[in-house]
Write a protein that binds this ligand. Structure first.
Ligand SMILES: NC(=O)c1ccc[n+]([C@@H]2O[C@H](COP(=O)([O-])OP(=O)(O)OC[C@H]3O[C@@H](n4cnc5c(N)ncnc54)[C@H](O)[C@@H]3O)[C@@H](O)[C@H]2O)c1
Ligand SMILES: O=C(O)[C@H](O)COP(=O)(O)O
Length: 525
């Protein structure tokens, strides 16, 4: 039974779903990195929010880990390259807390417009400072969105209801989408110059880090109010403090900080500064959503191989998984066969799906071919890291589909281009389930690729089969299956034998010494 650790505070629905789906679950929150490292080895899955840092060190200690599930959106607390290199799938729940976070941004915008936290503190202190607090209306003001994805577009929708004009800076926003969500797409400098309120909704990347730098803050309209419910690090906090102190910035509300937990920011106590402790996603509705989603996604993956919302692997629905599974087994075997039979650098690998195979999601099939191929070069490859490793090794990966059926109702062909030319192998599924090799380097064969095998290329001549049978018999090696194919009578022939025990170097030497033998190799599947 797979075992999952929930290491951050999560709605109880998550544990309930794991148990219902046959996944054992421990909930242990608040552990130090060292404590997490000591315990993570026993788990197949790790369910987290933003507190648990899934570092390279944690991943190195996670010897059984297959999946990290983020109940939320941001995955900047997960070392995704290290997870991919280790073959660990990383998934998030990209929509479960979007509305809640957008609402928090709107709440902070109101808090700034009417100085609600300061007015509340003063009133509860018995001061009744009615003349001290003078707010601004939101109606007719310009809201500048930096990032107009899921959350940014919900903020835009709510802002329209408040009769605000919305301008957006997002290099990846298409003009059509901008029209659809009712925003004016602008350049950053234009936004900075025009916005009365600015709200940030981008991930933290090398391009967005410090997007509100001292220089850019200086380009804003005097009195601008700024809200950040996305990630600390998008705003230069020192420059923000200076802008608030000088009065150029009329107010700032941060839900997220460069250092979290933020316990001693120089911004604390600054007039017109409002803060919350990373509460963007903290509503009961959002927490139930993300807990249910993450548990279902992780259970799907651990129990039936379905992949949803993975950041480092193609999606594969739990419904698709059973249909794709035999294809992935075939793809991995074909990849492994060409990997074992090919020597030297590979310039290009092509994966051609024909007939029924062409109707399927190709990404998992391609990943499986690459994993099978690269497993002959490295032990650490799997479906997650295979495309990355192939790229690192300079391999060009081509995907071709032909929906028309050829000789077989379904066929996968894997071709590799090396210095010696292009060679290909092809396989089908018998009864839509059992993988079978049907072509090997242009020669028709029909073989099951399983266990220990002996591959022989020889001259097609009478008596050869008897001689090889005798050689194996004398070595005490039992033959399981025997598959033959030949290019033409008297020409090149191939022989694929499955044997019950590993093929020894001595046996290979004995077979190689037989008359007419051109190539002998041991294969393992
Ligand atoms: N405070 C919280 O509790 C909380 C809750 C949920 C999400 N978040 C954070 O909010 C952020 C946005 O979430 P989302 O769901 O809207 O993500 P999203 O991926 O749907 O949208 C992000 C948008 O940023 C845009 N973008 C990327 N690079 C950009 C750049 N250089 N300049 C301008 N725009 C750029 C993208 O094109 C995209 O449209 C994430 O970082 C997420 O972690 C915070
Ligand atoms: O990216 C997110 O989903 C938010 O930052 C929420 O983080 P949390 O789950 O720690 O509240």
């Amino acid at each position: 039974m797979p075992k999952v650790l929930i290491s951050d505070k999560m709605d109880p629905k998550a544990a309930e779903i794991f148990r219902q789906r046959g996944v054992e679950v421990d909930e242990i929150t608040g552990k130090t990195p060292a404590e997490l490292i000591a315990m993570v080895g026993e788990y197949d899955g790790l369910a987290i929010r933003s507190s648990t840092k899934v570092t390279k060190e944690v991943l190195a200690a996670a010897t059984n880990l297959k999946v990290v599930g983020r109940a939320g959106i941001g995955v900047d607390n997960v070392d995704i390259p290290s997870a991919s290199a280790k073959g660990v799938v990383v998934m998030n729940t990209p929509f479960g807390n979007s509305i809640t976070t957008a609402e928090h941004a709107i709440a902070l915008m109101f808090a700034l417009a009417r100085q609600l936290p300061e007015a509340d503190a003063s009133t509860q202190a018995g001061k009744w400072e009615k003349n001290r607090f003078m707010g601004v209306e939101l109606t007719s003001k310009t809201l500048g969105l930096i990032g107009a994805g899921n959350i940014g577009s919900i903020v835009a929708d709510r802002a329209h209801g408040l009769k605000m004009k919305v301008v957006a800076f997002d290099p990846f926003l298409s003009p059509e989408r901008a029209i659809e969500i009712g925003v004016e797409k602008v350049e950053l400098d234009d936004l900075l110059a025009r916005a009365d309120f600015i709200t940030l909704h981008t991930p933290l990347t090398d391009q967005t880090r410090n997007i509100l730098s001292a220089e850019n803050l200086a380009k804003t309209k005097k009195g601008v109010r700024i809200i950040n419910c996305a990630r600390g690090g998008l705003i230069d906090e020192v420059a923000l403090k200076a802008g608030l102190d000088s009065g150029h910035i009329g107010g700032a509300a941060l839900d997220v900080f460069v250092e979290e937990p933020a316990k001693a920011s120089p911004l604390f106590g600054t007039p017109n500064f409002v803060s919350t402790p990373h509460l963007g996603a903290s509503t009961s509705e959002a927490q139930v959503n993300v807990a249910i989603q993450v548990a279902e996604q992780m259970a799907d993956f651990l129990v039936s191989g379905g992949v949803t919302n993975a950041l480092n692997m193609p999606s594969l629905s739990a419904e698709e998984a059973p249909r794709l599974k035999p294809y992935m087994a075939l793809a991995e075997k074909l990849g492994s066969l060409v990997g074992q039979l090919t020597h030297g650098a590979i310039g290009r690998i092509s994966i051609h799906s024909e007939g029924a195979a062409a109707e399927l999601n190709q990404k998992p099939i391609v990943s499986a071919v690459l994993a099978g191929f690269l497993r002959t070069q490295t032990d650490t490859v799997n479906m997650v890291n295979a495309p990355v490793l192939a790229k690192e090794r300079g391999m060009e990966v081509r995907e071709v589909r032909t929906e028309r059926e050829g000789d077989y109702h379904t066929l996968l062909r894997v071709s590799v281009k090396t210095d010696a030319g292009e060679r290909s192998v092809a396989g089908t599924l018998f009864g839509d389930q059992a993988p079978r090799l049907v072509e090997l380097f242009g020669i028709k064969v029909e073989a099951d690729l399983a266990g220990h095998m002996l591959y022989v290329v020889n001259d097609d001549a009478p008596g050869f089969i008897g001689r090889i049978g005798t050689t194996l018999g004398e070595a005490g090696v039992n033959i399981g299956t025997f598959h033959l194919g030949r290019r033409d009578a008297g020409g090149e022939a191939v022989l694929l034998l499955s044997v019950d025990e590993p093929v020894t170097a001595e046996l290979i030497a004995n077979v190689r010494a037989l008359p007419g033998v051109r190539t002998v190799m041991a294969l393992r599947f």
